[in-house]
Design a protein around this ligand. Structure first.
Ligand code: HEC
Length: 277
């Protein structure tokens, strides 16, 4: 399927060539053709070649093509004259005063914009095929106790419907746990933008995003909080997560509380537990 693209490219190039030769269709100005060929080459290099070329190679090819087209234009005095005619007209003809003024304004604005946005440091997750939610173990050893993850439930979740006031107390306790321990990485809005986030790869999970806790069962989240990065399988590499294992610092209750808090704050619901009979 992908190989069909090669004859297609040649076909398009051929049509392009025919048009540029045809007397009737030829736009007399060589500048138009030089620009059109330049764009055509760029589009082909960028899209039609598999596997995709690295941008440094594309830049190299485009530099060569630019030089070739430059020689094509300048090799013939008549052609050169024709090519620069519209440019000179644009610069000197009073008819083009307005568009010329716009160009003079727009170019510095574009450059300034590029510099500005280029200097904004963005934190983005790696695009590598890293497994973010690997299959959890079936059971974990939590402070000497065996916990079967399939059967594990948040012991305070039922309070949400049965006793909202008690539930709120656990959420509040979880809030304290969060702002004492998790905020540095996961951030004060739970979006993974804590003060340490810039130094971490992978970056801390963004709990507000539907791709994290909203997809997980609370038992899974418990495993991740209790065991952290050290318990992640190799498939979660090649980077090492900085997520600490909290089992040594937090009690079981504190972990369940902070889990209640992160769901409550973000408005997400944990994924329902699959019943096993
Ligand atoms: C030192 C920085 C750091 C701290 C502190 C930290 N985390 Fe993390 N956490 C991470 C990173 C990085 C990830 C993403 C990589 C991963 O999944 O391990 C993560 C991932 C997670 C995940 C997995 C989310 C998912 O979608 O799989 C949960 C849950 C989590 N953290 C909860 C917490 C809680 C609760 C606390 C506080 C008790 C906490 N974290 C404190 C760095 C941190």
């Amino acid at each position: 399927m992908n190989y069909l693209i090669i004859p297609l490219v040649f076909f398009v190039l051929f049509i392009f060539y025919l048009i540029s030769r045809s007397k009737r269709l030829s736009f007399t100005n060589p500048l138009f053709w030089v620009v059109a060929w330049w764009i055509a080459f760029y589009v082909i290099l960028k899209n039609a070649i598999l596997p995709p070329l690295p941008s440094s190679i594309i830049q190299m090819f485009m530099a060569i093509i630019t030089i070739a087209l430059f020689f094509y234009i300048t090799a013939d005095t008549q052609r050169l004259k024709e090519a620069i005619h519209p440019v000179i007209q644009f610069l000197v003809n009073r008819k083009f005063k307005l568009p010329l003024g716009l160009v003079i304004i727009i170019i510095p604005v574009l450059v300034a914009g590029k510099v500005y946005f280029g200097s904004q440091v963005k934190i983005v997750a790696p695009v590598f095929g890293r497994s973010i939610h690997p299959a959890p173990p079936t059971k974990i050893n939590y402070q000497g106790k065996q916990l079967i993850l399939n059967e594990l439930e948040n012991p305070y979740r039922h309070l949400e419907t049965e006793s909202p006031l008690d539930f709120q107390k656990h959420v509040e306790a979880g809030r304290k746990v969060y702002y004492n321990n998790c905020v540095f990485c996961h951030g004060d809005t739970l979006e993974g933008k804590g003060i340490f986030a810039h130094g971490l790869n992978p970056i801390p999970a963004n709990f507000a995003d539907v791709g994290t806790i909203a997809q997980l069962q609370e038992s899974y989240v418990f495993w991740r909080v209790a065991k952290g990065a050290p318990d992640l399988p190799d498939e979660s590499g090649p980077w090492s997560s900085a997520m600490p294992a909290w089992e040594k610092f937090l009690t079981e209750e504190e972990i369940w509380d902070v889990i209640l808090f992160i769901y409550d704050f973000t408005g997400h619901n944990p994924r329902a537990r699959v019943e096993h009979h």
